[in-house]
Design a protein around this ligand. Structure first.
Ligand SMILES: [Fe+2]
Length: 352
């Protein structure tokens, strides 16, 4: 089911598989599924680095030349879909010749309401699932804050920026957690879980607050049906990292575009900074970031037997200006290297 069929039909998954078993008949013969994955494009003209449609076009061209079956963006593609050029970029992505999918990021609703954002992205809901090529893709939406016990409010028009709220963001609400359980339990296929925020690590505020409950659920599913949850991928952190935890691959997909620092740098040419001075609905401007010269993306190949192949990409720092040049650390708050790279990997999870 592609995203457009998902919108039309509304149904999120097909016939449930038997608990404790995966569809293995003929699985070994099935062709692997090839997916172009990228994240955090942050297309915001006049604000961040690389603010032309060129980065998206280069990634889509890669997906086409690699003959990918689908393309997935892991959130923060844009920050204000009410702007014409931004909407055009989203429409270009939505109508690409290969089926394309969105994961909603925290910034996607900075300039518009949640409902307006969903409509522009072509989604009925921030969390959904689809079965493609023998795998179930489960897309989660942790963009809720909870500043009153039991009350979960979705990001909408930058409502989470207030100091008293920003410390309460990133929850998978109970209703979505129940939906996740039913979606994983009912899957006849091995599952890939996608979310903008990480379930594996991150400084406070960057990781999903109830990540442990979600990881416990993955482990419970795998204890019942080995190999049910195989890969959990996220964006948001703008670094490249891969970790096998409890026999599940947790993958931080680096930003296609840049690293966001917060503190301002004056390392870029003055004219360039002046052309990217920021806008009121964003957290900052180009001065808060260091960008890549070329866009980063990955070609992910999923095999029925548990093999996972990642073909990454490598760029250079925009203007050749490194974190050291700008007076920043080379490592993020979790001591992971910040660099314009998505590393390649090829491994097989063993379910025996
Ligand atoms: Fe981001």
């Amino acid at each position: 089911m592609n995203r457009r069929e998902f919108i039309k039909g509304g149904a999120v998954f097909s016939a449930a598989g038997a608990l404790g078993s995966l569809k293995t008949e003929a699985a070994a013969e099935r062709a692997p599924l090839k997916v172009c994955v990228f994240s955090d494009l942050h297309y915001t003209p006049g604000v961040y680095t690389n603010d032309t449609p060129e980065f998206l076009e280069k990634i889509l061209a890669r997906a086409e030349s690699e003959r990918c079956d689908m393309v997935i963006h892991l959130g923060d593609m844009v920050q204000n879909v009410s702007e014409k050029s931004v909407r055009e970029l989203v429409e270009r992505y939505n109508s690409f010749k290969i089926p394309t999918y969105h994961v909603i990021g925290n910034h996607e609703q900075d300039g518009t309401t949640h409902e307006e954002t969903l409509q522009a992205l072509g989604l009925k809901r921030g969390y959904y699932s689809m079965d493609c090529g023998g795998f179930r893709f489960v897309i989660l939406d942790p963009n809720y804050f909870c500043n009153e016990p039991g009350k979960y409010i979705h990001h909408s028009k930058g409502n989470y920026f207030h100091r008293s709220i920003i410390s309460t963001i990133n929850w998978i609400p109970p209703e979505q957690l129940e939906w996740l359980r039913a979606t994983l339990e009912g899957s006849p296929n091995p599952c890939v879980v996608l979310s903008h925020q990480s379930f594996e690590r991150g400084p406070a505020g960057a990781m999903v607050r109830n990540a442990e409950a979600v990881r416990n659920l993955f482990n419970e599913m795998n204890a019942k049906t080995p190999g049910k949850v195989r890969l959990v991928a996220n964006g948001h952190l703008h670094v490249d990292h891969l970790r096998i935890l409890d026999n599940i691959a947790y993958w931080d997909v680096n930003s296609a575009n840049m690293y966001y620092w917060g503190p301002r740098q004056n390392a870029y040419p003055r004219e360039y900074l002046a052309r990217h001075a920021g806008a009121p609905y964003t957290l900052g401007s180009c001065e808060d970031t260091l960008g890549w010269k070329e866009p980063l993306s990955a070609i992910l190949t999923l095999y029925p037997n548990g093999r996972i192949k990642i073909e990454g990409s490598r760029s250079d720092w925009l203007f050749g200006i490194t974190p050291k040049d700008a007076g920043f650390s080379e490592y993020d708050k979790s001591d992971r290297l910040i660099s314009p790279v998505i590393k390649s990997a090829d491994f097989t999870l063993n379910f025996a």
